[in-house]
Design a protein around this ligand. Structure first.
Ligand SMILES: [Zn+2]
Ligand SMILES: [Zn+2]
Length: 809
């Protein structure tokens, strides 16, 4: 009989919702806060790849709930941001409407997957009651000097008409407009001084021992702490501080490179070189840090020289495309003999290469290791490490240098010239200058009535722009920049702890109970932005006295990616998107959930497969049929042993996110379920399967006579005394024997009789009744020392302990 999965699914989804069984409050139970990174809701909705994320979290949440923990498992929507605005413009719908529609669609889809969220805590960042607190945090940062405004070179997309973060620039093109070159503009922008926390952000990575190692290394590199020496080079009579980690190579400096985006570049370029430099600047593209490595290094001479403080040498200054403007002073000293990048550059432009550390062959490539100094005046023969100290000491004495710690991390540019973001709560007054909006006037709401397609839409609403100055009551103008959307996602996890608070950002007591996040789940692509920013915000709010923790989460899990059948990333344009609705219609959502975690460990990438989902579907159907037939009676010792062993194994596998191994154990266990067994055995089987297949297990739980929710039942406790190793050995050995016989039967056709010979030591393991019960064909079993055995070809000689001999005729 065809099973109506749809009916079962919606029945239980409705019951869970109407009884509010996943809503949580503070209780005496130990808490467990599990969270998936919240999605940005797009109109195209969720595909199976997104569903995979949430299923990973839901399995964990359901398991922890059954283990007796007070599980906070919320969901929300990162609903402000450029993509919503771009999409809205493209299809001509107001971003607010577009977002509302997308969110409702997401919720519907997520509910249909059976995710056990506490929906009462739902948060959406486009709600003024949410972004009010973004603004409040901004004001606090401003108060503490952590929010500031400065002129800065920025990546500008002429199509988006806005500034882009470095990370939104790929290969010189806009993330949203692949054909559009990103330009460099100098603009007044708002920044958060995240660099004030660079040292702590770097140091505390060491406490994140349960983060994937890869994520920890990436954050270390992103923050990029290095200690070195700042050396003052003289340029046009002015002193320029130049940072280096290798002061021991200072005698080998043969050129300097200034960033192409440097605001003072104009002062460096001589009249004579002006045209050359301008030509070069037009040619180069904006690049993000991660592209720098692969970039073809290019440059042009500025016409100016710097004076090397150690020996007075005149060194030519070049402008280059590979120096980041905010790193050090935006200029570096180049030592081609001892740096690969400088070496390539010097070769390309025929610049002098001077060896100052002995050890390599600098005709072929740069020598970057340690060694003794040469060509270095009075520092000759000193080893590099010591020379770094000596030269630094010498420069400090002469007031030409100092020791410094440098970070690659730069202040966070948060200004966006776009509409669909949190308005920055600042007013500009001709008399008073920059005036922060008083807290009592928050939130500064986004006006609905704006015009799109003419630069920053907020500028088109004059009622929004023109305000009275809060200080002098004179005419003033509002800031029309909005905040980077990463601001919204930097603290949302705290709001879930107290989502409806109108008076405060959150109640510290509630946050204290739920935080930190016990398990955070999300994609690898967030390692360097969101996951740095949310650590920064946590530390800042701690310093305001609102939190008593240093890190938002100690446990991070990066899920793998579900790809299309063709092994490619799912995307509409490739036509390989799998939708949960369609899968669900065909197989039921539990089969889909089961398949998603069957294939491989959930941190690995894998491909969607029709074979795979249909295999899972068959298994689910078998379970349904079994529960139609099974009779409740007594459990035998064998199944007791099996189920207790499975309880231990499945529990361990789920705890370690090895869902695929848990699935194998569940399949095996099911094969052994007898047609008559105890209610307890059936219940325990359903409990183990529940986190994976919540709907059918609730249904079967009810079918065998329970009136409670399986979702709220207790995870079974294994009775280790009931686990009998003999049974386990027998099952393993017999399965192996049966598969061996099947192998032989495949090779030699038309054989009727099967003879198996075992050593006396294997007698307890190979129980002939058990074998005949499991195997569709009858076998004849003999001990090798049985005088009456039938063994025409003397095959029994070949039997070994644990390896019976097989003869067919
Ligand atoms: Zn663009
Ligand atoms: Zn004023």
């Amino acid at each position: 009989m065809e099973i109506d999965f749809k009916k079962i699914e919606s029945k239980w989804q409705k019951k869970w919702e109407s009884k509010r069984i996943f809503e949580v409050k503070k209780s005496s139970k130990p808490k467990f806060y599990i969270l998936e990174m919240f999605p940005y809701p797009s109109a195209s909705g969720l595909h199976m790849g997104h569903a995979f994320n949430y299923v990973i979290g839901d399995i964990y949440a359901r398991f922890k709930r059954m283990k007796g923990l007070n599980v906070l498992y919320p969901m929300g929507y990162d609903s402000l941001g450029l993509p919503a605005e771009n999409a809205a413009i493209k299809v001509g719908i107001h971003p607010k409407k577009y977002t509302e529609h997308s969110i409702n669609n997401f919720i519907k889809q997520q509910k249909s997957i059976g995710l056990s969220y506490d929906w009462s805590r739902r948060v959406k960042t486009s709600n003024p009651n949410y972004y009010k607190w973004d603004q409040w945090i901004f004001l606090k940062m401003y108060e503490k000097g952590l929010a500031y405004r400065k002129k800065a070179p920025v990546n500008w997309c002429p199509k988006c008409n806005t500034v882009l973060a470095n990370e939104q620039v790929h290969d010189g093109k806009c993330e949203y407009h692949e054909n559009t070159d990103v330009e460099i503009k100098q603009l007044e922008q708002w920044f958060f001084r995240i660099t004030d926390y660079a040292e702590e952000l770097d140091r505390d990575i060491d406490t994140l021992v349960k983060w994937p190692e890869r994520a920890r290394i990436m954050q270390k590199n992103w923050i990029g702490k290095s200690s070195g020496t700042e050396i003052l080079f003289e340029i046009n009579g002015k002193k320029w501080p130049i940072f280096t980690t290798r002061p021991d190579t200072i005698f080998g400096v043969t050129f300097m490179v200034i960033s192409a985006q440097h605001p003072n570049l104009g002062d460096i370029v001589t009249e004579h070189q002006k045209i050359e430099v301008e030509k070069f600047l037009r040619k180069i593209k904006s690049t993000s840090e991660k592209d720098l490595e692969d970039l073809e290094k290019e440059g042009v001479f500025t016409g100016t020289y710097a004076k090397n403080p150690i020996n007075g040498e005149e060194i030519p200054i070049w402008v280059g495309n590979f120096v980041v403007v905010d790193y050090g002073s935006g200029m570096v000293m180049a030592v081609p003999a001892h740096d690969f990048r400088d070496f390539d550059f010097a070769k390309k432009y025929n610049i002098n290469i001077r060896e100052v550390i002995k050890g390599g062959n600098i005709k072929e490539k740069a020598y970057v290791e340690e060694g003794s100094l040469i060509n270095s005046g009075k520092f000759n023969k000193i080893k590099s490490e010591k020379a770094r100290e000596e030269i630094t000491k010498y420069l400090i004495k002469k007031k030409l240098g100092k020791k410094v710690i440098q970070y690659k991390l730069r202040d966070w540019l948060i200004s966006r010239q776009r509409y669909w973001g949190t308005p920055i709560p600042i007013i500009y007054c001709n008399k008073c200058g920059i005036v922060p909006v008083p807290e009592k006037n928050l939130p500064i709401k986004l006006p609905d009535n704006v015009e799109f397609g003419k630069g920053n839409p907020l500028k088109t609403n004059l009622e929004f722009v023109n305000v009275k100055c809060p200080r002098c009551k004179g005419n003033a103008k509002r800031e029309t920049d909005t905040m980077d959307t990463f601001v919204n996602s930097s603290w949302y996890f705290l709001r879930y702890c107290d989502p409806k608070n109108n008076k405060k950002i959150f109640d510290s007591k509630k946050v204290k109970y739920w935080m930190p996040i016990d398990q955070y789940i999300g994609g690898k692509e967030h390692t360097c932005m969101h996951l740095i920013y949310f650590r920064f915000y946590t530390k800042f709010l701690r310093d305001l006295g609102l939190l008593d923790l240093n890190e938002p989460t100690l446990n991070l899990f990066n899920q793998g990616m579900l790809k299309g059948i063709n092994g490619e990333k799912m995307s509409k344009s490739k036509g390989n998107v799998i939708l949960p609705e369609e899968v669900s219609k065909k197989y039921g959502i539990d089969a889909a959930r089961f398949f998603l975690v069957s294939n491989s460990s959930p941190d690995k990438d894998f491909d969607w497969s029709e074979e795979g989902i249909s295999g899972s579907s068959k298994f689910i159907n078998k379970i349904m049929n079994y529960f139609d037939k099974v009779k409740i009676g007594k459990a035998d010792a064998r199944i007791e042993s099996k189920i207790n062993k499975a309880i231990l194994g499945v529990e361990e596998d789920i705890s370690d996110f090895r869902y695929n191994l848990a699935v194998i154990k569940l399949r095996e266990l099911f094969e052994f379920l007898p047609l008559t067994t105890s209610k307890k055995v059936l219940e325990n089987f359903l409990k183990l399967l529940h986190p994976f297949c919540p709907h059918i297990t609730e249904e079967l739980w009810q079918k065998i006579g329970n009136k409670t929710f399986l979702s709220l039942s207790k995870w079974p406790k294994a009775d280790k005394k009931k686990i009998k190793e003999l049974f386990e050995k027998q099952d393993l050995a017999i399965n192996k024997l049966i598969s061996d016989i099947n192998q032989v039967l495949k090779l030699v056709k038309n054989k009727k009789n099967i003879y198996v010979y075992i050593l006396p030591g294997d007698k307890a393991i190979y129980d002939v009744n058990l074998i005949n019960k499991r195997f569709e064909r009858k076998i004849n079993l003999f001990l090798v020392n049985d005088k009456n055995k039938y063994d025409p070809s003397n095959i029994s000689k070949k039997a070994r302990l644990g390896r019976p001999a097989i003869y067919l005729e």
